[in-house]
Design a protein around this ligand. Structure first.
Ligand code: SAM
Length: 270
């Protein structure tokens, strides 16, 4: 879309939004001038931003494959983003998938993909009860809850830990939480200084490994635990057996934790 585009009626495209900025980094077409300007400013401060976005999508596909191989047939994907290649319903086509996002433009572009099994809801991670009450899933059976690259948009003052706990509490035993989260754990002081202005003007909050670990309280992390997203089950066949995800690149060719700057993992609900 060009900068002249106004966007769909009723959608304010004059202010950058994470869904459209992420779409821009991934090479999508559902983004506008404000999103691209914001995306370029962040990428200038953190040049590996696009690498992180691509690696996050790869994690999504590996994680969903792993969950599917573990028997999960229901997915709740909160902060799903504008539909792109390799969405959950494509990786797990025989499963019920509920996509949730708080940007109305996501619903606009996602509607054509809705099927009997795939549903989109406009909803906010900060209102778990409103998501749970509308999601057409069987909460007596295990669910794969996906919170991928979304929790860093929820600042501590908005109680992210309580919201995640409320979502996890609603899930049956045998459910899983898959989560990725931006971090500056690996950034040098000089890099942090360069990033400071953009971080101050962009809503959200990076978290440390220890802080991200807290989202898994009460859950057991599956191997290899909470790690850099590129290092989460990258090359070995996914366990349990049966995953269709092809072997990943050898370690030397994978982006380093500092380049990706995102922690990710899957926790099992006992
Ligand atoms: C970086 S994208 C991640 C998309 C997808 N989960 C992935 O990992 O590829 C973040 C998405 O979270 C959405 N988002 C941000 N804050 C949210 C909130 N409080 N509730 C629901 N969605 C939110 C944004 O609109 C955006 O689509």
């Amino acid at each position: 879309m060009t900068s002249e585009d106004q966007g769909p009626a009723g959608i304010d495209t004059s202010v950058a939004h994470p869904a459209r900025r992420y779409d821009y980094w991934l090479g999508g077409t559902v983004n506008f001038a404000a999103d691209r300007a914001s995306g370029d400013a962040i990428a200038a401060a953190f040049p590996r931003t696009r690498t992180a976005a691509v690696e996050n999508r790869k994690f999504l596909r590996r994680a969903v494959s792993w969950l599917h191989a573990a028997g999960i047939r229901q997915f709740l994907d909160v902060g799903t983003g504008i539909p792109g290649a390799g969405n959950v319903h494509e990786v797990a086509p025989d499963s019920a998938v509920v996509y949730v996002d708080n940007d109305p433009i996501v619903l606009r572009y996602a509607s054509p993909l809705m099927t009997r099994r795939t549903t989109y809801l406009e909803g906010d991670l900060r209102s778990p009860s409103s998501i749970l009450s509308r999601a057409p899933l069987d909460f007596d059976r295990p669910v794969g809850l996906l919170l991928l690259s979304v929790l860093h948009f929820v600042e501590d003052r908005d109680s992210p830990y309580a919201h995640v706990a409320e979502l996890v509490d609603a899930l049956a035993p045998g459910s899983y939480l898959a989560l990725t989260h931006g971090t500056v754990d690996h950034q040098t002081p000089a890099e942090l200084e360069a990033m400071a202005p953009i971080m101050a003007s962009t809503p959200g909050q990076f978290r440390s490994h220890a802080e991200v670990s807290r989202f898994f309280d009460g859950l057991s992390l599956v191997p290899p635990g909470l790690v850099s997203i590129s290092d989460w089950q990258p090359s070995e066949p996914s366990e349990p057996a049966g995953s269709s995800e092809p072997a990943g690149p050898p370690e030397a060719l994978r982006p380093t934790p500092a380049e990706v700057a995102m922690w990710g993992g899957i926790g099992a609900k006992p």
